[in-house]
Design a binder for this molecule. Structure first.
Ligand SMILES: Cc1ncc(COP(=O)(O)O)c(C=O)c1O
Length: 411
């Protein structure tokens, strides 16, 4: 496939928020995509079009608007299935976000397949979303959580991984890409090894689906979760992809309308997948917005987006590395995505973020919902800059210059 150089000007023009000034004469430099991305016009327009012209509830009506809304909603499911290489769009379940998708697996697959004493492997670099649901389940059912550690280089300890698999865990949970270190994990190899060991695999794709080509069948996971709002879509729209066989065997998640085939006062018969897991009126507009977002990302090209971000992170790591007193966490550029978390000697990350904001540079400071990983790194917080298709090398320069000013100010 030929890679197209990204046309920054054209891409940035699609995102109204990027033309903002934070103060007169100080343009926004948005480096917080890992938390949530900006939204392109195409997504905003698709959502407005739905509410303006096609607004109706889905699946239940036979009037024109209901049919149009259903076609848009189910059309979005098909686009998303194609975007992630799913064999069957029934394997795409709409959730509110990645967090809800992972909770769904824990509450349904977990509660019906695990018993006291069973082992769960969870990596030390997980976002709380792929850790706390397993801790909750383990407290309810008396399970044992085995931690897959992170090495000094910020990668998963694959020797320990093999040792943990020998203990025959029932389920293994790890992220495709770390939201703190940027580390890209070898998920396809890990899922294959997990399968050979008889374990079900849950991959948190919240930071990979937005940034690189994802093919769930090539990855070979059993479940793959992601959030629309980190990939140009609206908040309130996320996805759980799961293998049809497993989804068919799992009990429903929430109870209510749409997830049933038949109800009597004495009980109910659940609906087919994916509806079995989509109780109540879904986030219709958000699903349509996410459909428009994946269409937009595909029109730019996921390979090109990934290449662009690789160039930006290499350039950023070089620039950041020259700042006195900085520690940047995570592996070398070619092993990571466009995320750089760092600390500056003697300066609290919140102060870094606050001073950078005066220059219009938006970065995040805190534990980024990965407290155990920060404990491992021996820090309570880091500042984090993250890049997407709309960021430029000039913005990386502004970040590096800004941090230099922070350092001088607190010297
Ligand atoms: C790796 C990872 N997993 C899960 C999540 C949770 O995403 P959400 O809050 O949209 O559910 C995030 C959010 O930052 C993340 O970075």
């Amino acid at each position: 496939m030929s890679l197209v150089e990204l046309d920054s000007g054209k891409i940035r023009a699609e995102f109204p928020a990027l033309s903002r000034e934070i103060r007169p004469g100080v343009p926004l430099v948005y480096l917080d995509t890992t938390a949530t991305s900006q939204k392109p016009l195409r997504v905003l327009e698709a959502m407005e079009r739905y509410y303006r012209w096609h607004n109706a509830n889905v699946h239940r009506g036979i009037h024109t608007l209901a049919e149009e809304a259903t076609a848009e909603f189910e059309g979005a499911r098909t686009k998303i299935a194609e975007f992630i290489g799913a064999q069957d769009s029934r394997e795409v379940i709409f959730t509110r976000n990645a967090t809800e998708a992972i909770n769904l697996v824990a509450k349904t697959w977990g509660s019906s397949n695990l018993k006291e004493g069973d082992r769960i492997v969870v990596s030390e670099m997980e976002h709380h979303s792929n850790l706390v649901p397993w801790q909750m389940l383990s407290a309810e059912q008396g399970l044992e959580i085995n931690v897959l550690p992170v090495t000094e280089q910020g990668e998963l300890d694959l020797r320990e991984w093999e040792r943990l698999l020998n203990k025959e865990p029932k389920i293994v949970c790890f992220t495709h890409m770390s939201n703190v270190l940027g580390t890209l994990n070898p998920v396809a190899e890990m899922c294959a090894q997990a399968r050979d060991a008889g374990a079900v695999s849950v991959v948190d794709g919240a930071q990979s689906a937005p940034h690189l080509p994802v093919d769930v069948r090539a990855i070979g996971a059993d479940f793959f979760a992601f959030s629309g709002h980190k990939m140009c879509g609206p908040t309130g729209g996320g996805v759980l992809w799961g293998r049809a066989k497993l989804l068919n065997e799992m009990p429903p998640f929430l109870g209510g309308g749409d997830m049933i085939k038949r109800v009597q006062m004495t009980g109910f018969e659940p609906n087919e997948i994916p509806y079995k897991f989509e109780a109540g009126t879904p986030s219709i507009c958000e699903a349509i917005g996410l459909g428009a977002a994946v269409e937009y990302l595909e029109s730019v090209g996921m390979e090109s987006i990934w290449k662009h971000e690789q160039e930006l992170i290499s350039y950023a790591l070089e620039g950041l590395g020259e700042i006195n007193g900085i520690t940047v966490y995570g592996p070398e550029a070619h092993k990571r995505g466009g995320v750089a978390s760092f600390t500056l000697e003697g300066v609290h990350p919140h102060d870094i973020a606050q001073v950078l904001d005066r220059d219009g540079v938006a970065v995040r400071a805190g534990h980024h919902c990965a407290m155990p990983l920060h404990t491992k790194l021996n820090v309570v917080a880091t500042a984090r800059a993250s890049f997407y298709l709309y960021n430029t090398q000039d913005e990386v320069d502004l970040l590096v210059e800004g941090i230099g000013r922070v350092r001088d100010m607190f010297r």
